[in-house]
Every structure is written in C-alpha cells, then in structure tokens.
Design a protein around this ligand. Structure first.
Ligand code: NAI
Ligand code: ENO
Length: 302
C-alpha cells in the first residue's frame, strides 16, 4: 500500500519540508495542511507548501490516509484531539516529534482505536517556521520509526516506504530506546549549547560585544545550535525528562573527571579522551554522515 492523500498538521520547518518534498516526488500524492497560526497559513499558501491549506483541522484530515503531526512535542495531544472526529477509520497517524515515549502515550490516549505509528526524522536546522522548509531536508538523513507493539506490519512498511520516498534512510526501534539514544546525541548537545552561550553572555569580566567579536569556530557552532526554537526545545526537555536526566548524570560525571584532569595537569588523560573523540568524528565523516548541505559544517556559516 502507499499513501495517496497526506495531511500535514503544523506547517513550519518540518511540516513544510515534508509538503515540498512530496510536491517534488512525482508520485501524484495529494497534500492538505493546517496550522493553528493564521499567519503561518498565509505563508504556507504563498509558498505552496501543500496543495490545499485548510482553515480548519478537521477539513485538512478528512479523506487522508496518512496524517502527520508536525507540531511542537507539547502540542501533539491538542493537535490530535482537534482532528479526532474527522479522521477516516483506515488512516495512519504519525508525527515527527523529537522525543517519542510521551507522544506515543498522548496520541494513543487522544485517538483510541487508530493506527498510530510515530516517527522522527533526524534532520533539521536551527530555523523554524513556514519559510524555513526545503524539499531536500530529508535526503540521506535518518528517520527513526517507533512502531508500538501490535502495529500493523503493512502500515509500518508503508510508512517506511513513505520516508524513503522523501530521500530518508529508515531505522525502526522501540520508543524508550529512541529517547535514550536521542538524549545523548541531540538533546544534551542542545542543552550544552544553550548553556554555554548563556554562560558567555552572562560573564562580567568579558563583555557581550567581545563574545560576539572574538567567537572562535567552536563557539560559533554552539551559537547556531543555541539559536534553535525555544518552544520546541522547552517541550523536548519537558517530555524526554527521564532519559535526559539519566544521560546528564553520566555527562556531569565525565565533565568532573575532565575538570580534575585539568586541575591535576593530567595531560595524558586529556590526550587519550580527545584522541578517542576525534576518531568518532572521523567515522561519521567516513560514513558520509556529516551534513550534506553546502557550507553547513563550516564554522563560518550564518
Ligand atoms: N526543528 C528541527 O530541526 C526538528 C524538529 N523536529 C520536531 O518536529 C516538530 C515540529 O518542529 P518544527 O517544524 O521545527 O517547528 P516549527 O515551529 O517550524 O513549526 C511548528 C508549527 O506548528 C504549529 N502549531 C503549534 N501548535 C499547533 C496545533 N495545536 N495545531 C496546529 N498547528 C500547531 C505552529 O504554529 C508552527 O507553525 C517538533 O515536534 C520537533 O520536535 C524533528 C526533527 C527536527
Ligand atoms: O540543527 C541541528 O543541528 C539539529 O540537530 C537539528 C535537529 C533538531 C531536532 C531534531 O529532533 C533533529 C534534528
């Protein structure tokens, strides 16, 4: 089976990118969309993010065989409740949220009896909103699908095909495992970036203009991440709390070891750690998993 009518709820960076990628896929998929913000709907129409931008969530999902919720993690439950009465009984409900356990539970609660197959494209940028999306966002990027126990295998396979048709590479895993993996590979790195940029701007002995003027490559990379959407990231930390706290404890232990090595002048410890981490970066590049977007990995990008 394949999805002929796809409804996208939330027409920001991710929803808009899915709509644009579907427009370019040549499969004739019909797309509808809705966003709670009227100004976003205006921009979505102007950019042609979907074939039909609707002013009502029910109208957007009527007749759809795939509905994808592309709203902040904390808005998933309300977005699901707003479409419940208008969903076709056969349709698949999915999402793109950055954490998976609480979303799965919220969607299962809000939409009893529907086929819910959560997903997370591990692809994005620090930009958000209806002008941020682009059709190639998912090319060669991973999309993790977290089918709940008992999910219909044919519908899971159709969702895998769907993401592959957008250019993604697909992996399936359990929602709890997803949340622990992403806590360490995405959520804590964002937390570190938000914190270090905040620390630098709060310092009394270094002025804010010096921070901006002399920011070296590493700090500039942190400022890009720390420019990510505050609503989205607040929701990620509220919803992936347990996994983030668990990984954060491990990270703080390692950071304390590093502080001790610096205090004690233990160059060997630092050299060994930095050599190990350099090897990880080199494996990512060798696998072609560094960012394929032009200029994206450069320290002087905007
Ligand atoms: N930004 C990124 O790099 C990535 C984000 N994600 C996930 O994708 C989801 C969407 O993120 P973005 O597209 O970046 O956010 P965005 O802020 O660009 O777009 C979200 C849109 O949802 C709309 N919205 C909020 N509540 C709504 C509701 N109840 N009903 C309908 N529309 C509603 C907002 O008006 C906004 O236009 C989030 O759950 C996020 O965790 C996943 C991968 C990457
Ligand atoms: O901009 C970046 O570097 C990102 O890491 C984008 C991103 C943000 C959230 C996700 O759930 C997945 C990818």
């Amino acid at each position: 089976m394949s999805f002929r009518r796809v409804a996208i709820i939330g027409l920001g960076l991710i929803g808009g990118s899915i709509g644009l990628a579907l427009r370019d896929d040549g499969l004739g998929t019909v797309t509808t969309g809705y966003d709670a913000d009227p100004a976003v709907r205006v921009r979505a129409r102007a950019r042609g993010l979907v074939d039909h931008v609707c002013d009502d969530p029910g109208e957007a999902v009527r007749g759809a065989d795939l509905v994808i919720l592309c709203v902040p993690v904390g808005a998933m439950r309300d977005a699901a409740a707003a479409i419940a009465a208008d969903l076709s009984p056969h349709c698949v409900i999915s999402d793109v949220g950055s954490s998976k356990r609480t979303i799965t539970d919220a969607l299962t609660d809000a939409l009893p009896g529907f086929e819910i197959i959560p997903a997370h494209p591990v692809a994005g940028t620090e930009h958000s909103g209806p002008d941020a999306g682009f059709a190639t966002l998912f090319n060669q990027r991973w999309c993790i699908i977290t089918p709940p126990p008992g999910a219909n295998p044919a519908k899971v396979a159709a969702l895998v095909d769907f993401w592959e048709s957008l250019g993604a590479m697909v992996e399936t895993m359990d929602a709890d495992h997803h949340d622990r993996v992403l806590a360490v590979t995405s959520h804590i790195p964002h937390l570190i970036a938000y914190t270090i940029v905040g620390t630098a701007s709060d310092m009394e002995t270094v002025t804010r203009s010096e921070v901006i003027k002399y920011s070296a490559g590493g700090f500039r990379d942190f400022t890009r991440i720390a420019a990510s959407d505050p609503t989205m990231w607040r929701d990620v930390f509220l919803h992936n709390r347990d996994a983030v706290l668990e990984m954060l404890d491990t990270f703080l232990t390692d950071l304390a070891l590093m502080r001790e090595a610096i205090r004690a002048g233990d160059g060997q410890m630092m050299f060994d750690t930095f050599s190990r981490t350099r090897a990880i970066r080199r494996s990512i590049v060798a696998l072609g998993q560094d960012d394929p977007r032009p200029d994206f990995g450069r320290s002087d990008h905007k």
